[in-house]
Design a protein around this ligand. Sequence first.
Ligand code: SF4
Ligand code: SF4
Length: 372
Amino acid sequence: MEQEIREYALEIGFDNVGFTTADPFTQLTEALEERKEGYSWVSNRLLQLANVADPCNVLPSARSVIVLIYDYHKQAFPEKLIGRIGKAYQSRLYPGKKRLFGSRLRLMRDFLGAKGMEVGYRPAMPERQAAVRAGVGSFGCNTFVHEPGRGSYIGIVAMAVSAELEPAAAVSETRCFDDCRRCFEACPTGALYEPYKMNPLQCIAFNTYGPGNFPGAPEDIPIEIREKMGSWIYGCDLCQDACPMNQKRLKQTLVPDAYLEEIAPKMDPKVLLAMDDNYFQETVQQLLYGYIWEKKFLQRNAAIALGNSGDEGVVNLLATTMEDPEEMVRQYSAWAIGRIGGNKSKNVLELKAKNETSEKVKAEIAYALESF
Ligand code: SF4
Ligand code: SF4
């Protein structure tokens, strides 16, 4: 049965498969308990990580967990999107019903169902822990799972099934290079604070989609994080790109992806900041549909990226978006203008302060003006 599952998974586009038991992932629940401060919002609200750390809470009849690996570093990533949109997000690894990746998951479920298995799947299942326990790879200090020969550019899916499948031996040795600190040095925010530990609240990737959007997450992106987000508007790859275990993959010559090449110029932060609902629905969501469902969050991120660019040429655009009906867009446009600085920016902020009605935006303008 394991061989049949493997062959089918490879046939429908996955790149590797592992099997493990349905025992609870107790290390995860212990870690969540120990690091409540950084994780309580996600644990208690949106994803209920602690709950799904026991596969039997996903599928009461669970006996095994199947781990499916998708290598998302198969095509070249457009220059324009590097440093702006994380590679996993460019690769659209979401379980959406009408999407290719979602179709693979459905095909797999149907296949397992036809073999007489009950199948349980939730996106929040502890995929990385399952991958390590299934022997697919091992954790790197940057908290990603590194598969031997493939590195960490992998999407992982864990499915609980009712069949007893032969578990694999875990890859026990850490593959990090001795004394390597490259991921820590590459992380601009200090989110990676010790080996195998990352604080999501400090992570750029989380901050591009969590605040104000995920139930229980903070309302705003902290000022000190905004400044370190640089040009990222969705995700962050820095701690993976810095890793020696990924360098071989990064040096490969890959074929450009026609869709990504076509959409790359449409993801310019100036375009995103000024986009209308139709553009968001018809263009942006075709690529970025995983975590953000309202355009104001991407406009916020675009405003931050423009602020961090320091380009005085975008102050006029930001002045326009300070008239946006959405409070969040006005707020972060004000921050971006302050971040750019200069006399023109100061004049715009002083002018906008006169008519602004939102206390939140007024506070952001006042904060921005303090820096002049
Ligand atoms: S994704 Fe970016 S911000 Fe998050 S831990 Fe890695 S380098 Fe740091
Ligand atoms: S950058 Fe170095 S320390 Fe970090 S995950 Fe890679 S090998 Fe490990």
